[in-house]
Design a protein around this ligand. Structure first.
Ligand code: NAP
Length: 330
């Protein structure tokens, strides 16, 4: 007997452009998992700046039409015949999907799906992948820091910044973070930062530099969320041998290269999508350590229904005053 086709609500993008190109359809067929794939009923989905760049057509350019999103969290509905790690009913989160995560159901390859521990809810599950894998890779793999080093999370109040603060604190770093509102400054201090600075204040970089915790030697590592604005100033507050890890940038910036040779300092770019299979394994092991011991606790900020996808994309780029991770709740 032929199986009955089921339909779902999902965001579809048929042309690249402004947020309004994201349309909520109600008649998208529920996808079927192939042999090594998992079908997930999505309960929450992370909203990441990356999805806005892809939708605008400036990065990656998937084949149209497509459903955005990589970071889903929910319950396994069906598994392909070769899937060994998951069964129907398992709580899971993804770091990538095949059919898109801004949808009621998504299909993902088994190797991009992870069990969601009981202590985290679905919204938190949707806030793990891009933020925490990025935080771990930037700090532990690329920055090559050691416990006791001073890390500045430059842009600490958003999804990735909070993750960076938690990872840095858990691994024994001294942690400074920046935000632009009183609420953001309080949140980052509750999530790992020893000290918080307001990046809208004119002299905040001087305050960081002269801070007692910086010990007059400067900042060892800067995890930078907005390099096009901050890179030149970052180089001036680094310690000898200091590193800026560029995580986010939205344009060009002028720097004085001499600022690097004065101090043997480095600027290092980090793109999570370049991670290898072995990198993913190492990162996941570290993050499970955090989930099991309790330091990995995503902070959820604004929540949206799927129909507000265009608004969510505007807010994540244009609105300041971040308070944690933006998510869709389905
Ligand atoms: P988000 O949740 O929108 O947070 C943006 C952060 O930037 C907020 O903390 C915001 O603080 C802060 N910010 C705004 N103006 C700033 C300034 N002048 N100086 C320093 N920080 C400032 O986004 P997210 O998920 O955390 O991602 C942050 C960036 O990293 C994005 O550009 C994203 O594309 C990039 N990213 C890259 C990778 C990668 O693989 N390289 C992975 C993840 C993220 P206020 O709102 O308080 O002002």
């Amino acid at each position: 007997m032929a199986s009955v086709e089921r339909f779902m609500r999902a965001i579809r993008v048929s042309e690249f452009g402004k947020p309004e190109v994201m349309k909520l359809l109600t008649d998208v067929p529920v996808p079927s998992p192939k042999d090594d794939q998992v079908l997930i009923r999505v309960h929450a989905c992370g909203i990441n700046p990356l999805e806005t760049y892809i939708r605008a057509g400036v990065m990656m350019k998937p084949k149209l039409p497509y459903t955005p999103g990589t970071d889903a969290s929910g319950v396994v509905e069906e598994v392909g015949k070769d899937v060994k790690t998951f069964k129907k009913g398992d709580r899971v989160f993804t770091r990538d999907t095949i059919t898109g995560a801004y949808a009621e159901y998504t299909v993902a390859s088994e190797d991009t799906v992870y069990h969601l521990p009981e202590q985290l809810n679905f919204k938190q599950g949707a806030a793990i992948s891009i933020p925490y894998f990025t935080a771990y890779r930037a700090l532990c793999t690329f920055a090559r820091g050691k416990p006791g080093d001073l890390v500045l999370v430059h842009g600490a109040s958003g999804g990735t910044g909070i993750a960076c603060c938690q990872v840095a604190r858990a691994y024994g770093f001294k942690v400074f973070g920046t935000a632009s509102t009183t609420e953001g400054l309080n949140l980052i201090q509750k999530n790992g930062a020893h000290k918080a600075f307001n990046h809208k204040e004119k002299d905040y970089m001087e305050k960081i530099q002269v801070s007692e915790a910086a010990g007059g030697e400067g900042v060892n590592i800067i995890l930078e969320m907005l390099a096009n604005v901050n890179l030149s100033n970052d180089l001036k507050i680094l310690s000898y041998g200091g590193r800026v890890i560029v995580i986010g940038s939205r344009g060009t910036v002028e720097i004085n290269p001499k600022d690097t040779l004065y101090k043997d300092s480095s600027i290092i770019g980090m793109g999570l999508y370049n991670a290898t299979k072995d990198d993913w394994k190492e990162m996941a092991a570290a993050l499970y350590g955090g989930m099991e011991s309790g330091w990995l606790k995503p902070l959820i900020g604004p929540e949206y229904p799927l129909e507000k996808a265009p608004q969510a994309h505007e807010d994540i780029i244009d609105k300041s005053g971040a308070t944690g991770k933006m998510v869709f709740v389905l």
